[in-house]
Ligand binder design. Structure first.
Ligand code: PA5
Length: 421
């Protein structure tokens, strides 16, 4: 299970205040465990079993197995909540010998699209267009480009057999699939994109990539049970949500999520989207930013230690090493000034760097540490559910609707008008 430690040397939110706030939000926690009626159309993720039960897992596995039989490349077309969760897991823990995964539908850059198409030539290609409302420009246009590419290579009829779409029932995407003979699976109607990690939206592409979606779901389910059983004073997600909001009230307007493992880069994108779209509204909300350490200790690190005091930091610390997580620095007869590291393991050096960084940063800001057991499918499941539930609680404490994103309409309306929609 995840654990949460706090280093708050300047007593920005002393434990007595945290306990008081936990008590104050005990009733809210119980309401959120049940799911509030006003968010009925957004809470399909709250019970993992609803969209990632045995039946759905079996169907996702079956679909993935049939694609894996022939596919050498699988293109995931989707943006934001229709892309980030699958990509977070695939990019971090995908087995090396699985189907190659390529991403599209997340850009309008001609350069990027041309580059993406070049990776497909000469390989057996399958595509999965994931779009909740099928109006978003990036996936809509990429889907057309890739359909045309497949038709050029395989002919219309054979191309159709290589196309899988994930969309809401009754959507224009479903109608298109019926007309053209593409396979179609359901995007949950009662979950917004960024909360769909545990549904066909992400489970199918993850399974195609060879991820153990059974383990992922198990991790999420265990996290759900734990968080729903824990009372307010012991509830990990409520504690995290309360701390975020206390720091926010005390003037810390930015949360920096950092880790010493570059494989978490796409998980960071998922986390940023989750909190930015859920809380950044009504002129409120913590700005979520991320730090890829140790690299960004040499850039962002200066600001974190010495710049304007506007952030607190949450370290994501991985406890157990995986099989690729050891590398001993061998000795050398060349005097390069690094002899003091002879025989040391990079895992230990990296951990020493984490300890030193947390110690330094905690002099100037509150530092939280979320310890996660390991980087595997099971623990990704835990992380997805933990942060989704914490985000729900945190948005409620802040007083915003965590499930809408009215702000993104402003640019979209202007763009649609400019392009003549
Ligand atoms: O969380 C959300 O709802 C959004 O970020 C969506 O996932 C994103 O805008 C993509 O939406 P769609 O799949 O409908 O194109």
């Amino acid at each position: 299970m995840l654990t949460l430690n706090v280093l708050d040397q300047n007593e920005i939110a002393p434990e007595s205040l945290v306990r008081q706030s936990l008590e104050q939000h005990a009733a809210l926690l119980e309401r959120c465990k049940q799911g509030q009626a006003r968010y009925e159309d957004s809470l399909g993720w709250l019970c993992v079993d609803e969209w990632a039960g045995e039946k759905q897992l079996a169907k996702a596995e079956q679909l993935a197995a049939s694609i894996r039989k022939t596919a050498e490349v699988f293109v995931i077309i989707g943006v934001g909540g229709s892309n980030n969760a699958a990509r977070a897991v695939i990019e971090a823990i995908r087995p090396a010998n699985g189907v190659e995964i390529v991403y599209a539908g997340n850009t309008l850059s001609a350069y990027a699209l041309n580059d993406m198409l070049k990776t497909l030539d000469g390989k057996e290609v399958y595509i999965n267009c994931i779009a909740k409302n099928f109006e978003t420009l990036e996936p809509g246009t990429s889907f057309r480009v890739l359909r045309q590419y497949l038709v050029r290579r395989y002919g219309k009829e054979k191309a159709a057999k290589r196309i899988l779409c994930t969309g809401t029932q009754g959507s224009s995407l479903e109608r298109l699939c019926v007309r053209e003979g593409y396979a179609f699976i359901q995007f949950p109607g009662n979950i917004g994109g960024r909360f769909t990690a545990l549904s066909y939206v992400h489970l199918v592409p993850m399974a195609v990539a060879g991820i153990d979606i059974g383990a992922l779901t198990k991790g999420a389910l265990e996290m759900e049970r734990t968080l729903k059983a824990q009372p307010a004073q012991d509830n990990l997600a409520l504690r995290y949500a309360v701390l975020r909001n206390l720091y926010f009230q005390k003037g810390y307007k930015v949360e920096l999520l950092s880790a010493f493992e570059p494989r978490l880069a796409w998980f960071f994108k998922w986390w940023e989207q989750l909190f930015a779209e859920s809380e950044g509204k009504d002129a409120q909300g913590l700005l979520p930013i991320t730090g890829e350490y140790t690299e960004q200790l040499h850039s962002l690190g200066q600001f974190v230690q010495d710049g304007t005091h506007l952030m607190f930091e949450t370290f994501l610390d991985v406890k157990e090493r995986g099989e690729n997580d050891s590398l001993i620095l061998g000795g050398t007869d060349v005097d390069d000034g690094f002899d003091y590291l002879d025989g040391k393991d990079f895992w230990e050096i990296n951990k020493a760097s984490f300890d030193a960084t947390r110690e330094a940063h905690s002099q100037v800001m509150p530092c939280l540490t979320l310890e996660v057991g390991a980087l595997d499918a099971y623990h990704y499941g835990q992380l997805f559910y933990f942060f989704a539930f914490a985000c729900y609680l945190s948005g409620e404490i802040l007083g915003v609707n965590p499930f809408d994103q009215p702000g993104v309409e402003a640019y979209k309306n202007r763009l649609f008008a400019a392009l003549g929609k």
